[in-house]
Design a protein around this ligand. Sequence first.
Ligand code: ATP
Length: 362
Amino acid sequence: MNPDFELTITELVKRFSPEVTIGPISFEVKEGEFFSLLGPSGCGKTTMLRCIAGFETPTDGSISLRGERLNERPAHRRDVGLVFQNYALFPHLTVFENVAFGLRLRRAPKGEVHERVGQMLELVGLPDLAQRNPAQLSGGQQQRIAIARSLVLEPRLLLFDEPLSNLDLKLRVQMRWELRNLQRKLGKTSIYVTHDQTEALALSDRIAVLSQGRIEQIGTPMEIYEAPRTAFVADFIGSSNILEAIVGAPSDQAVPIRTERGMNLRVRACIQSAGTRVKVLMRPEKFHLVDGDAVADAAENRLASCIEDMTYLGEDVHLRVVTTDAEPLLVSLKSGRDTRSLKPGDTVKLAISPDDVHVLRE
Ligand code: ATP
């Protein structure tokens, strides 16, 4: 238990049955950090959150807040605020009374309740809705009230369980900004559970990617996206081209690799030795078109390819291409003058830097 961290999870295990075990999982969260648990349905993220909140008893391992063990402490004494997907507001209470609920349970003086509820409604931008019932609010407004209700108790830790997933896309994006701004303003240590990779990338200081009850990788959004360690992380975060390949002998500043279908690529960073079988990742948006007549840039990988299919998406154009080595690739280009005349059946020359061809560590 390291008191330098706000929250320390050590070798936490929750065994529901011999077949369903989550963990062991370990991670630390710093004070004021926005930390997300990201993974597909059933990977165990809600179970982890429930263990931290005190609604689930871990089978093994420890949870500590500021160096103090929480395992044996009941949920209501853990100093954590929870915001759920379904808002969980009390339908028979006004907005004001929903936010005031926890303060009243603590027998806070009337004046203090009024002042703090007022401040919270101001903070979430809904000071005029105090006398409404939850049924008279939109989804976004209900979620803001749920956040205010958690914040009013000034918890040490805020836990969010997919809080935006019931909102439509536009509102979800707006609430994402609001939530991030609010969290930055208050500096509350937050743990956020989501299966939405875009949401995790947009909101988090760091992300733990979970798969089948285990952590695959912990890192900043940029680390997770740009340098995924495993094929699972690469595939889960964004779209990707993942190819099987064999590492060649390094020369000058790059390492040659050869894919199973015989495509030769150069990569900048590769810790595996020559002859090792690896997986390589190329993000679709890292390719760019090169003019057939342009002088070849020796540092780049050049791939002659045939367009099989293309989708125009306004800002971007997505291509499915096949290289001359019969390697199928997904390519995303910014739409513009170069892409306007492209059509299926065309041959194009694509380039990708060795910096953007990642050898996965797994
Ligand atoms: P989702 O995004 O669908 O909520 P999740 O990643 O949050 O998924 P959990 O809800 O933590 O996943 O569930 C992880 C695994 O544990 C699943 O296989 C689930 O069926 C199982 N599980 C969760 N709660 C229980 C329980 N009370 N009894 C038995 N198994 C459970």
